[in-house]
Design a protein around this ligand. Structure first.
Ligand SMILES: NC(=O)C1=CN([C@@H]2O[C@H](COP(=O)(O)OP(=O)(O)OC[C@H]3O[C@@H](n4cnc5c(N)ncnc54)[C@H](OP(=O)(O)O)[C@@H]3O)[C@@H](O)[C@H]2O)C=CC1
Ligand SMILES: N[C@@H](CCO)C(=O)O
Length: 352
């Protein structure tokens, strides 16, 4: 039986939900997917770090109420999150990076990914920073070290869009996309339509695990801007940086704007888009748009996301599904491991 040893970097909503999935579903994965997972290290800014070559009980990890520095009480534990040492030295095959997204330089997550790849570990991440800001370098580093860098959860959480479009739409002539790419702001707009205030709606999105550590990134459009960069670079072969994407969020929309749109059978949505012009240049933007209720994106509610990908041969292909949520995003990490497993084992077996 194939077993992957996993190191979790950051133990917040997503990696905690991932540990919960490991606790609940490892047996099922063994039969369904042909591998099992073994958590051998966890680091967290607040809790410290713990390493155990024999594996750390996933159920214990999620059920124990640790205090600040609480991992020190575990065998192999420390009150400090010594990320570099853990990433480089723990006996992990795969490092799951799920610390906060830094939209400016991607750190410290970029360094976490770099240390892991340099040390010959595969990296799976839901963190948009390293993917939007350092993907080319990290992919090259992964290639040099014969490991994978996988990041399906960086856009639309567990809903497959990056890998799906790159593999299943290959050759279809991708020339643009537009969509709702932030669960929090879509949820907030919907709650405001129901009469809730902006701040209360953000509070609900935080409690549900949708929002960024600093929700300004959600409502000011910065999170969508990173996702537009990722999709444009991955699907359209662009080389955008966040500075290339004009960006306006939803914070200036008032209850009055929302009510007047409703009276005219319209609805506000935060739309991220990128289009290849006739000269080959990619124009990308993030901005609120007032959509007629019969527009295909107008009915996408709550933390659901949707992106319509324009192709030469098929016209628009739309992918819709959860765009945020702890478990939904933890699933993206599993899908990354499935991709690594197929690349490493299944393809190798087929070649033999
Ligand atoms: N939640 C979601 O729906 C989605 C999240 N993502 C991305 O996934 C990542 C994780 O999200 P989520 O779990 O919700 O976020 P959380 O804020 O819940 O968790 C992040 C965890 O990482 C810890 N952390 C921060 N910096 C460090 C560090 N330097 N070393 C070790 N640990 C650190 C935080 O500790 P502390 O709290 O003490 O700072 C926190 O426990 C983010 O990058 C997010 O953008 C992507 C798609 C969807
Ligand atoms: N905060 C983000 C998480 C998913 O990237 C959102 O609400 O969409």
């Amino acid at each position: 039986m194939v077993q992957y040893n996993i190191a979790l970097i950051g133990f917040g909503g997503v990696n905690r939900a991932f540990a919960e999935l490991v606790a609940e579903r490892n047996n099922r994965w063994r039969t369904e997917l042909g591998f099992q997972l073994n958590i051998v290290a966890v680091t967290d800014l607040n809790l410290g770090s713990v390493v155990s070559a024999n594996g750390i009980d996933a159920r214990m990890l999620i059920e124990t109420r640790f205090e600040r520095g609480g991992f020190a009480k575990l065998s192999g534990g420390s009150a400090e999150a010594d990320n570099e040492q853990v990433i480089r030295q723990a006996p992990a095959d795969i490092v799951a990076e799920a610390t906060f997204t830094n939209p400016y330089d991607g750190e410290p997550a970029v360094s976490h990914c770099r240390w892991a790849l340099e040390s010959g570990r595969h990296v799976i991440t839901t963190n948009k920073g390293p993917v939007a800001l350092a993907a080319a370098d990290l992919k090259a580093l992964a290639r040099r070290n014969h490991v994978s860098f996988e990041y399906e959860g960086a856009v639309m959480s567990g809903t497959p869009v990056i890998r799906m479009a790159k593999t299943m739409l290959a050759g279809s002539g991708l020339n643009g996309f537009e969509g709702i790419l932030n669960g929090t702001s879509n949820f907030v707009l919907g709650r405001m339509e129901s009469g809730l205030g902006f701040s209360e709606a953000i509070g609900e999105a935080q409690a549900l695990g949708y929002a960024e550590a600093d929700p300004t990134a959600d409502v000011e459009g910065h999170d969508v801007r990173l996702k537009v960069v990722i999709l444009a670079n991955e699907l359209l072969g662009a080389t955008l940086t966040p500075g290339d994407v004009s960006c306006r969020g939803i914070s200036s929309l008032t209850v009055g704007d929302i009510e007047s749109a409703a009276k005219e059978r319209c609805r506000w949505k935060l739309i991220g888009s990128a289009i290849r012009g006739e000269d080959g240049r990619i124009e990308a933007s993030v901005a609120p748009r007032r959509l007629a209720l019969d527009h295909p994106l107008a009915g996408v509610g709550g933390a659901i996301n949707a992106v319509s990908i324009n192709t030469d041969l098929l016209g628009a292909v739309t992918v819709t599904g959860p765009g945020a949520g702890r478990v939904e995003t933890a699933y993206a990490l599993l899908s990354d491991i499935v991709a690594i497993h197929r690349a490493v084992h299944v393809n190798k077996e087929a070649a033999e």
